[in-house]
Design a protein around this ligand. Structure first.
Ligand code: J2J
Length: 517
């Protein structure tokens, strides 16, 4: 049978339940408990719309009924692209209540990505932030319903007729993989496993009802959504402040006016904030913790966070597939600056192996494999890929190279997967190479990462052509294919042929060396 996703083996699932890691509670019931406990405390604000826990529950239930009345059914999948607004949470919890799983698309995605998600999941609806760009994407899709998130958040009906709430093992949402193959992979997360990851994150990060979390990154990304992110802060009874964009001009005043205690950024953004804070002498007295993750933060940059921003640094090394590592708030300064943290849960299993899947000696660098109560066992409808992305005993091959310190902290030493990490945004090289090869003047293509001071890495495309083509034309071709802007190569080089290794693979190291910046 071609099940849409690989379940955990029944004995292991039973063990997670027995240990109390999986509670069977879906996010919709969690919200009911939170509303009973925190009632009129502010759950979320975006400057325009403040919602208490009670009103978040109330509105999300009426919206669930409204969307049900329009035809959405438990088990359906929708593609949702959203700006950072309070309404996003109303719709997210409405979908959770209905048992409809959103694909957590990012605002940057365009026709190529959204079209693929909709087709691959046979999505029943497309929800988007509104505006001409997204109307254009909507027009290219074959889905029954198209709503803006704002419209959906006002689609009310009487919740009396709602179908039963989903169960813990049901699909809660689909996250997106950074990927290393030709098409993006979808990550099926259940209520049980996702809520466990959120709960354990809230504990590790010591969240309380006094936590005020600024959501500066795009909310649908796994990091600001769940590590502990927006969902973790709600779990703890705190307050979420949605930032419309992450620029210092927007964010610094918000931190001050809302008394923000914690936020999360990628290293490129951390550097922008550090520079801005130094230049302006900005004071952010309420900020207690700055989480940095999504890409490797340089040790020297890490050391500047506390002196410049006055906040503790927490490094976060995670993946939408599951495992998330955090430095702890009471870790020594040197550990916080020089490691990417240790797994959130005791139940996370980590193996560090060589190319033959044999464990490397302790302290040596190797491939990170992981398995556990919130790490998936397979991508959504991807049988062929799953056969190589996971070991036969269910460990996920992260594609990251790490070494473990004596204290169990991981240091990310490199990457074995064919991916570019452009300021935290992941680009699967094979995906872009395939799009490049669709141009009639490009006979072959290779995408490589080149170092960049601001973003960590940028993408350089090598195109085999007979001449005549310009970089502008290559970029226009890719944009015309409907790709997100961050995937358009920053540099384009033309070559007569691609260098090969002795076994005939494209020699990407030689290509990297040949880029003179
Ligand atoms: C080096 N590489 C890192 C880090 C992620 C929390 C935080 C991040 C993500 C995320 C996430 C890194 N140092 N600190 O989902 O919940 C690279 C690794 C990893 C890949 C996963 C979360 N933090 N990375 O970034 O699914 O290569 O998740 O395998 O987008 O980002 O990317 P993604």
């Amino acid at each position: 049978m071609n099940a849409p996703f690989t379940p955990w083996p029944e004995d292991i699932a039973a063990d997670y339940r027995d240990q109390g890691l999986w509670t069977g509670e879906p996010f919709s019931l969690l919200l009911e408990r939170l509303a009973a406990k925190h009632g009129d405390r502010v759950a979320v604000t975006d400057g325009d719309c403040w919602l208490s826990y009670e009103s978040l529950l109330e509105r999300s239930r009426r919206v669930a009924a409204g969307l049900h009345q329009r035809g959405l059914r438990p088990g359906d999948i929708v593609v949702m692209q959203a700006a950072n607004t309070s309404e996003y949470l109303v719709v997210l919890f409405a979908l959770f209540r209905l048992g409809v799983a959103p694909v957590c698309a990012l605002p940057a995605h365009r026709e190529a990505e959204i079209g693929y998600f909709a087709e691959h999941t046979k999505a029943a609806a497309y929800l988007h932030p509104g505006g001409a760009e997204y109307d254009r994407i909507a027009a290219s899709l074959d889905v029954t319903h198209v709503w803006t998130v704002e419209q959906a958040a006002k689609t009310y009906a009487d919740p009396a007729g709602l179908p039963p709430a989903p169960r813990g093992g049901d699909l809660a949402l689909l996250q997106l993989s950074g990927g290393s193959t030709g098409v993006p992979k979808l990550i099926p997360r259940t209520h049980d496993d996702y809520l466990y990851s959120v709960r354990v994150a809230a504990e590790v990060c010591e969240l309380t009802p006094a936590t005020v979390y600024l959501c500066a990154l795009p909310v649908a990304h796994n990091f600001p959504l769940s590590s502990p992110g927006v969902l973790g802060v709600l779990y703890a009874g705190g307050t979420v402040v949605m930032a419309p964009d992450p620029s210092p001009d927007t964010v610094f005043p918000l931190i001050v006016s809302e008394g923000v205690t914690m936020t999360a950024v990628v290293p490129a953004l951390a550097l922008t904030w550090l520079r801005a804070a130094e230049a302006r002498g900005a004071e952010l007295p309420s900020l207690e913790v700055l989480q940095v993750g999504g890409a490797r933060l340089g040790d020297a940059d890490a050391e500047r966070v506390t002196p410049v921003l006055g906040a503790k640094l927490q490094q976060v090394f995670g993946m939408a597939e599951g495992l998330v590592c955090y430095t702890r708030l009471d870790d020594p300064f040197a550990t916080v600056c020089a490691t990417q943290g240790r797994p959130a849960s005791e139940a996370d299993e980590v193996r560090i192996v060589d190319d033959a899947d044999e464990p490397v000696p302790e302290g040596h660098s190797g491939h990170l494999l992981t398995r556990g109560p919130y790490t998936i066992r397979g991508y959504y409808r991807a049988d062929a890929h799953n056969a190589t992305a996971f070991t036969s005993d269910g460990f996920y091959r992260t594609g990251d190279l790490v070494r473990r310190t004596e204290t169990g902290h991981l240091i990310v030493t490199g990457r074995a997967k064919e991916q570019i990490n452009r300021g935290g945004e992941k680009i699967a090289t094979a995906e872009i190479e395939e799009h490049l090869r669709t141009h009639p003047g490009i006979h072959d293509a290779a995408l490589v990462a080149v170092p960049d001071d601001a973003l960590g890495e940028r993408a350089c495309a090598f195109c085999v052509t007979d001449g005549e083509l310009t970089a502008k034309q290559v970029r226009a071709h890719l944009r015309g294919r409907g790709l997100a802007a961050y995937k358009i190569p920053d540099l384009v080089r033309f070559v007569a042929s691609l260098p090969r290794t002795p076994v005939g693979k494209i020699d990407k190291n030689r290509l990297k060396e040949s880029v003179n910046l």
